[in-house]
Design a binder for this molecule. Structure first.
Ligand code: LLP
Length: 414
């Protein structure tokens, strides 16, 4: 579904003109559509059909309480990677019994808290974590539910920073070590083996690597069952990409189809951990042009959003469409869309053909995932406001930070 489209030359979010949102809440500002978030979740549900499955939203993609609450209301579980994310899920009304805890370096304090609140399963990523978890569970007098995150060594064909399932990756346990580790887990008194887990990377557009990984994981699950370790669930991770320009893209159903075909007839509950594909195209970053600068070499549009608000272009050379909020009929020029931060890497888009004036609003699209979640206060810039549109009503779901809040925790020497 397209939550953001033009009406009378004005870009709108669920029919609300973005110019009105900028007027009311200021810029830079993230704008989310409740309808688009819901539609993405429902597309997963529909694709899964009657199969026993839990969609565990990967909180890292966007940990806004409003978004977590929305997914909790829809019945989602959550995939977390820190105690902070667990606290957010609980604060947003999420059910800890539907939480999966992934992450390669969980602290003992995080393991303890997660055991105390009774999460669904720990995705264990090392022998050391397995031992710590057994020990802490023993101290607390509880049993820790576990999966082992297995690294299937499948190339997801994505940006190297977000490929996670290769032999060389820091994540998970190498495929050959998984079986011995499961045997070890079976012998430990305070652990209960519940499932198996893998996640091979992010921004995947081709369904083949995910199915290839699933196949390896299913083989291992069968070996475990034969050894007396039947699994209750299979966690196949997240990773499906989104359309960020005009690339050919499978739908969620088409992406999942080859994997679901492999699961035909199996009894285990399927767990998925999608992040980007649930929120990415349900959000945009609204920004205003402060300055236009022209030289012989380049035209620059300096906007009030920057790499601290949306790091993805700088970090991964990621493409985000940049649309004018009001369509202009003037002549187009090729622009560099840049922020005010003192780094040449501070850009939101290169070589964009647009007709611009100072004061115009721009929408940086596909910014719902890994936008606000990766934002920072670099250059002492307050974080942007966040607004959720719901059937024509706008809700401020996070206030714009104030500069004084940025140094409120600091002190000077006596
Ligand atoms: N599960 C695990 C264990 C993960 O590590 C991740 C993402 C996900 C699920 C969700 O993946 P998704 O469905 O969103 O692709 N900052 C990068 C993306 C990093 C992804 C890290 N792991 C970006 O902006 O592209």
């Amino acid at each position: 579904m397209t939550a953001f489209d033009y009406r009378q030359e004005q870009l709108c979010a669920e029919h609300v003109p973005l110019s009105q949102i900028a007027e009311q809440y200021g810029t830079p500002c993230f704008v989310y559509s409740r309808a688009a978030l819901t539609a993405a979740y429902q597309a997963y549900r529909a694709a899964l059909g009657e199969r026993k499955a839990l969609i565990c939203y990967a909180v890292k993609a966007n940990s806004s309480l409003a978004i977590l609450n929305l997914f909790a209301r829809l019945g989602a579980g959550f995939d977390i990677v820190s105690g902070g994310e667990l606290a957010r899920v609980i604060a947003a009304g999420g059910d800890p019994a539907k939480v999966l805890f992934s992450g390669v370096g969980k602290t003992r304090a995080e393991l303890r808290t997660a055991l105390q609140v009774g999460i669904h399963c720990f995705n264990v990523e090392s022998a050391s974590e397995l031992a710590s978890l057994n020990q802490i569970a023993g101290e607390l007098g509880v049993t820790a539910p576990i999966s082992i995150r297995v690294n299937p060594d499948v190339d997801p064909k994505t940006h190297p920073y977000i490929a996670t399932g290769l032999k060389s990756s820091k994540f998970g346990v190498p495929f050959e070590q998984a079986l011995p580790l499961y045997r070890q887990a079976q012998a430990l008194p305070h652990l209960a083996i519940r499932g198996i887990d893998c996640h091979i990377g992010s921004e995947l557009l081709d369904p083949a690597p995910a199915a290839q990984a699933a196949q390896k994981i299913l083989g291992l699950a069968d070996t475990l069952a034969a050894e007396g370790m039947p699994l209750a669930h299979l966690d196949l991770g997240g990773g499906m990409g989104i359309r960020s320009r005009d690339e050919a893209m499978p739908s969620i159903a088409e992406y999942l189809a080859p994997t679901l075909a492999l699961l035909e007839g199996r009894k285990e509950t399927l767990m998925l951990e999608p992040g980007r594909s649930l929120v990415g195209n349900a959000g945009l970053l609204l920004t205003r042009i402060e300055v236009l600068k022209h030289s012989a070499e380049k035209n620059f549009a300096v906007v009030d959003a920057a790499m601290n608000d949306l790091l993805r272009p700088a970090l991964y050379s990621a493409w985000h469409d940049i649309l004018p909020v009001r369509r202009n009929t003037g002549a187009e020029r090729i622009y560099e869309i840049v922020g005010p931060i003192c780094e040449s890497g501070d850009f939101l888009g290169h070589d964009r053909s647009l007709s611009l004036r100072e004061g115009d609003l721009l929408a940086v699209m596909s910014a719902g995932a890994y936008g606000m979640a990766m934002s920072s206060n670099y250059n002492s810039r307050p974080r942007a406001a966040e607004v959720m549109v719901d059937q024509g009503t706008t809700h401020l779901v996070r206030q714009r930070e104030e500069v004084a809040q940025l140094f409120a925790l600091e002190t000077i020497l006596p």
